[in-house]
Design a protein around this ligand. Structure first.
Ligand code: NAD
Length: 248
């Protein structure tokens, strides 16, 4: 029997990058997958790729996680389609970098609404089902930037630090129902989000990483697999930093 064979996992931002790798990893271990992304194309292509390898395992849902009502509607659809949710991975995230002196309200709102309110919305959409399942898991994808801050990313750092506060509070609230709630703080991982960085900037970043390399999406997917599985049953309210030693 596979590790997650009777489990249903919801992964937000599953269209590409880290979320895509997480959805595929959980599917490869037997989980049924509700793949959420903002665009129809991205969410569909994620589900199609998974289903081509593991038939009828994944369904796609396109929704903006920052929209509370839309997220509640999609939550109902997912619960109707799958009957329950055991694993919720809040991964959808955006950046709108700017120095504070130049940052405008739209840049602040876009990042906080997706990265932090989006996680609130998806917990609200699935909380009753998660609390009903024995040993359900919530895993929030934060960032090392939420731990150490970064010039030009006040909005992003605030959203990712907020996600850690949400994680620790929900860990306390949901513990009595054996639901664990943890955050993963990736360092610099090679994805579309980091692709736009210049080679000079990437070399500068590498020089600050003790392991000397940027991370891979599978480094994060492996951490999710660990926390979501039975190996993670006594771990809650924690931030697992996966960053090659950047933040020691
Ligand atoms: N790449 C890194 O180095 C890195 C480092 C630390 C943390 N993270 C975090 O990991 C997560 C994934 O990052 P990534 O690099 O794979 O990013 P990415 O931009 O490649 O993918 C993000 C995904 O989220 C989806 N998304 C964005 N806004 C959404 C919304 N409002 N509603 C629904 N879906 C939405 C996008 O469509 C996309 O599929 C993010 O939360 C990011 O902040 C990434």
């Amino acid at each position: 029997m596979s590790k997650f064979s009777d489990k249903v996992a919801v992964v937000t931002g599953a269209g590409r990058g880290i979320g895509n790798a997480i959805a595929k990893k959980l599917a490869s271990e037997g989980a049924k997958i509700a793949a959420i992304s903002r665009s129809v194309e991205n969410s569909q292509s994620c589900a199609e790729e998974i289903n081509s390898e593991f038939p009828d395992v994944a369904r796609s849902y396109s929704v903006d996680v920052s929209n509370h009502d839309d997220m509640m509607d999609v939550g109902k659809k997912i619960l109707n389609d799958f009957g329950k949710v055991d694993i919720l991975v809040n991964n959808a995230g955006v950046t709108r970098d700017n120095l504070m002196l130049r940052m405008n309200e739209d840049e602040w709102d876009a990042v906080l609404n997706t990265n932090l309110k989006g996680a609130f919305n998806s917990v609200k959409a699935f909380q009753r089902s998660l609390l009903k399942q024995g040993g359900a898991r919530i895993i929030n994808i934060s960032s090392v930037i939420g731990l150490i801050g970064n010039a030009g990313q006040a909005n992003y750092a605030a959203s990712k630090a907020g996600l850690i506060g949400l994680t620790k509070s929900l860990a306390r609230e949901f513990a009595s129902r054996s639901v664990t709630v943890n955050a993963i703080a990736p360092g610099f991982i090679v994805t579309d989000m980091t692709d736009s960085l210049s080679d000079d900037l990437k070399d500068g970043i590498k020089s600050k990483i003790p392991l000397g390399e940027l991370g891979d999406v599978d480094d994060i997917a492996n951490a999710v697999e660990f926390l979501a599985g039975s190996s993670g049953k006594y771990i809650t309210g924690q931030v697992l930093t996966v960053d090659g030693g950047m933040v020691i």
